[in-house]
Design a protein around this ligand. Structure first.
Ligand SMILES: *Cc1c(COP(=O)(O)O)cnc(C)c1O
Length: 406
């Protein structure tokens, strides 16, 4: 078999569908975010404004975080030196996990290499250990949760997105005596909406199910101390497992779960993706801790981000643009076709020095291709207005969004 030709054809298929992924090479510059250097394919570089970053609060360049990371390198060096079990648990791991447990008001927390690994490891382990467990999963849950559920080999029942009536129908139909997990997110990052959390939790309680909540796009941003939407809605104590990341509002990378001590200990003891991998380096953990502790008390970043999000939404609303109106900070703008979506983002980059990555299938369903706009705390109001001006002109004058307009 011509293996190489086979794989080249697979990639060619993606190109024909307009959803071949090209990465934009960026060089972030401390103190200048959301401005960055873009290294274009022609070898030249120029400054662009980033409009699709998850560094929502600019914590990736916050001096408090950078100082903590530098101090940890100077004190403890580069790597952790092993897996968590074999010499790789450092003071930094323990202090960070204590800080996360405190953030979510839980008995314990456990750090993973990423939010993806945390979801995969925790869901696969919990659902596998529980005999005959059934998982009830929102249809738009993140790929990492889906893979955790698949790897658990537990039975899965998918409910329509944010549809609590459908969730109840499925819960009611299940054997009342088997263990159950309801798995859902707070902020759905591609839709920009927020789940009906109180109703979902109430149903889980009524039918005796554990709740597993992905707060990846909520932590740092919502609640008085940045613990997420569950904190903001005063529901945190009724969620069994909260999963989060350092990779978005906290500005670094790495993931975690927080919950009751026995559940955390079970995942620590059984989850392959936690056990058989080198633990995160001290500098990263020190930076994550500094970021979390900082955002427990500082609200300026959250206020600035909210101001910018509000301004962007108001401008798009006034210009009659088809953005998805959710309660969250994420502003998806529907284009509706992959090639057109790519073309719009090319025009933004090439003619306006604005970087937005097109979001295509399989990240979102076909026919709903979109721009996913994120106004961060680091944007100025002038940058928000400029973005709105450019989008409005492309939309109404140049008819770049031809498919969406049709
Ligand atoms: C990004 C994301 C993850 C994965 O987190 P990482 O730390 O980036 O691996 C999990 N869940 C959701 C909803 C996400 O958007």
């Amino acid at each position: 078999m011509d293996y190489n030709g086979f794989f080249a054809d697979k990639v060619e298929d993606l190109k024909k569908e307009g959803r071949y992924r090209t990465f934009a090479t960026l060089e972030r510059i401390v103190g200048r975010f959301p401005t960055a250097l873009y290294h274009a394919p022609d070898g030249l570089s120029r400054e662009v404004t980033i409009w699709c970053s998850n560094d929502y609060l600019g914590m990736g360049q916050n001096p408090v975080v950078l100082d903590a990371m530098k101090a940890a390198i100077d004190r403890s060096g580069a790597g952790a030196g092993g897996t968590r079990n074999i010499s790789g648990t450092t003071r930094y791991h323990v202090e960070l996990e204590d800080g996360i447990a405190d953030l979510h008001n839980k008995e314990g927390a456990l750090v993973f290499s990423s939010g993806y690994v945390a979801n995969e490891g925790a869901l696969s382990t919990l659902a596998r250990l529980l005999p005959n467990c059934i998982i009830f999963s929102d249809e738009l849950n993140h790929a990492s949760m889906i893979h955790g559920m698949i790897n658990s080999r537990a039975e899965k029942r998918v409910y329509r997105h944010n549809d609590v009536a459908h969730l109840e129908e499925l819960l009611k139909a299940a054997d009342p005596d088997v263990p159950k997990i309801v798995a859902f997110e707070s902020v759905y990052s591609m839709e920009g909406d927020i789940s009906p959390m109180a109703e979902t939790i109430a149903l889980a309680e009524k039918y005796g199910a554990l709740t597993y909540l992905d707060e990846v796009h909520g932590v740092g941003l919502y609640g008085a101390r940045g613990a997420g939407v569950a904190e903001e809605r005063d529901l945190m104590d009724r969620v069994d497992i909260i999963e989060g990341t350092f990779g978005k509002a906290f500005g670094l990378m790495g993931g975690y779960i927080a919950g009751k001590a026995a559940m955390i200990d079970a995942v620590r003891s059984y989850a392959s993706g936690f056990i058989f991998t080198t633990s995160l380096p001290p500098a990263l953990l020190a930076g994550a801790r500094a970021s979390i502790e900082y955002l427990k008390v500082s609200d300026i970043e959250r206020q600035r981000q909210r101001r910018n999000v509000k301004q962007l939404k108001e401008r798009l609303e006034a210009a009659d643009m088809p953005y998805m109106q959710g309660e969250s900070h994420i502003v998806p703008l529907i284009v509706g076709e992959a090639t057109c979506c790519k073309m719009v983002t090319d025009v933004l980059m090439d003619e306006h020095d604005i970087y937005v990555q097109p979001i295509n299938y399989p990240t979102v369903p076909k026919g709903t291709e979109r721009l996913r706009l994120t106004a961060t705390a680091a944007h100025s109001l002038e940058q928000v207005d400029r973005m709105a001006d450019v989008l409005e002109r492309l939309w109404h004058e140049n008819h770049v969004f031809q498919y969406a307009a049709a």
